[in-house]
Design a protein around this ligand. Sequence first.
Ligand SMILES: [Zn+2]
Length: 87
Amino acid sequence: MPVPKRKRSRARRDKRFANKGMSVKSLTKCANCDTAQMPHQVCSSCGFYKGTKVLVTKADRRTKRDQEKKARDEARKGPAAPPTDGE
Ligand SMILES: [Zn+2]
């Protein structure tokens, strides 16, 4: 079995990885909310893909939770007092 004659130096070995740096990713703008996003992927901030809502985002869950909390508070407080005429 053939074997390399000499050990490859650290410099020669590391030259192989010299051009393996990170490249700048190309970004597109979301058609719904205008934030930068990866092409061909669901927008992570609004959950839209090609103009259709496909993902429930963290912000959506928070809004829903706030609405439920508000409804619970309203129910606990009872019906609101009718507004007076200011006298
Ligand atoms: Zn978006």
